[in-house]
Design a protein around this ligand. Sequence first.
Ligand code: ACO
Length: 324
Amino acid sequence: MGKLRSIITGSGSYLPPNIVTNAELAKKVDTTDEWIVARTGIKERRIADEGVLTSDLATFAAQNALKNAGVDASEIDLIVLATATPNRTFPATATTVQANLGITTGCAFDVQAVCSGFLYALTVADNMLQCGNFKKALVIGAETFSRIIDWKDRSTCVLFADGAGAVVVEASEGEGTIADRGILYSHLRSDGRYEDKLYVDAGPSQGGDGYLKMQGKEVFRHAVSKIGSAIEQALEDNGLTGEDIDWFVPHQANKRILDAMARKFSLDTSKVVETVHKHANTSAASIPLALHEAVGDGRIKKGDLVLIEALGGGFTWGSMLFRW
Ligand code: ACO
């Protein structure tokens, strides 16, 4: 068997219909629309209704991606789902989605790298497809962060939200070059020494019902430097500059981080896909949600070079280049 590469052939997303504006949040916690917009760029977010699970959001996004890729669910032999808010401790939310889609062959599992989860999941799927053991994958980022937020903590509850995005990735013959469609490059990093900067203070092994805890300023500082170095690495390793990138689809945590990255790498701001103002931070779902929005409205076209990046709890971080 010759060399294989992975091509993303379709994207999809799903957002719960319930929109919560900053003004509505200001009725529940001591905050203002002005503070949230100035510090983060967030104006509103989507929150899933009680009883709606991460697997439900993931299934809708996956169905949308399959339709857009022109692929039937029965053709999928690999599902990699990134989430930090699974339905249950086990089984994996990916297997629930597999069952929801009526798929009874192949394999499905979860990947946990918090806000970098989609980047990690796409890298895992890319490598499994390149090995030749799988042919068509669904890679999903899905979260119900509203369930792990302390709604009395104004420093975190204004930042996070719910949603899901997905892509279909197919193995294709030939190694390909940077000019060809497909996943071209991935750079993943983690450093567990920073666990206390961003975490949930409970879990099956520790016990208790936990909430997300964050040292906001510290996370901001590390995000700017670590995301910056991941982008630098992606450009350097591929002999590119910011001007070669057609679309920058970053993890949507904070507009100030996005602006800082665009400035640092001389990226034309009209090439930065931004959804943080209306989605807030949906962790592993944020990149595929933003990607699908720009594909859906015609900004990202076949053959465009796309750079994605993320940083999340752990810390985990990284970057990826693909040609749509
Ligand atoms: N409304 C009003 N005031 C608030 C709010 C709020 N929602 N939250 C905090 N404040 C107050 C604080 O109590 C503090 O008041 P004080 O000066 O009287 O003590 C003041 O605002 C300043 O608080 P800071 O925490 O210093 O505010 P900062 O400028 O650092 O902004 C923020 C906070 C927005 C969280 C920022 O640190 C940040 O964006 N960090 C990155 C976090 C992030 O993106 N996390 C996502 C996960 S990781 C990732 O996805 C990259």
